[in-house]
Design a protein around this ligand. Structure first.
Ligand SMILES: [Zn+2]
Length: 132
């Protein structure tokens, strides 16, 4: 997919996400202002931050299930959204084209779970330091 520069997630938008996250403010208003391209990039950005912060704060390996198990299963989510695509299409990029609202909400919900997880990583690391 050809992406114009103006459609890309800017450095400023990445910082705004982190600032909101650290301040404990909801990410939703920021996410609602993004287009689909930026939303996918923001998701990737937060995921990378999460893995990075995990290794900076936790002594053990990162397991993606720690986070994904807190997300709503695709089947339940799809039912809730009344998305009529085949489940594997709804889980994939097909849904971004056919049902941008369904795909968009899913990415936003999952990012809120990731934001919560990021805050927990920081809290456990602060707790560990105060014990030292
Ligand atoms: Zn869908």
């Amino acid at each position: 997919m050809q992406v114009r520069q103006s459609e890309e997630l800017s450095f400023r938008q990445r910082l705004e996400l982190l600032v909101a996250l650290l301040a404990g403010r909801p990410l939703r208003p920021l996410l609602d202002a993004l287009n689909m391209v930026q939303l996918v990039q923001a998701h990737e950005f937060l995921w990378h931050k999460m893995v990075e912060w995990h290794y900076k704060t936790q002594p053990r390996e990162f397991r993606r299930e720690e986070v994904t198990q807190k997300m709503m299963p695709s089947r339940d989510y799809q039912k809730q959204q009344n998305c009529d695509l085949r489940l594997d299409y709804c889980k994939g990029v097909e849904c971004i084209r056919a049902h941008p609202v369904c795909a968009g909400n899913k990415v936003k919900n999952n990012m809120e779970v990731m934001a919560q997880h990021l805050c927990e990583l920081l809290q456990t690391s602060a707790a560990l330091e105060s014990m030292a």
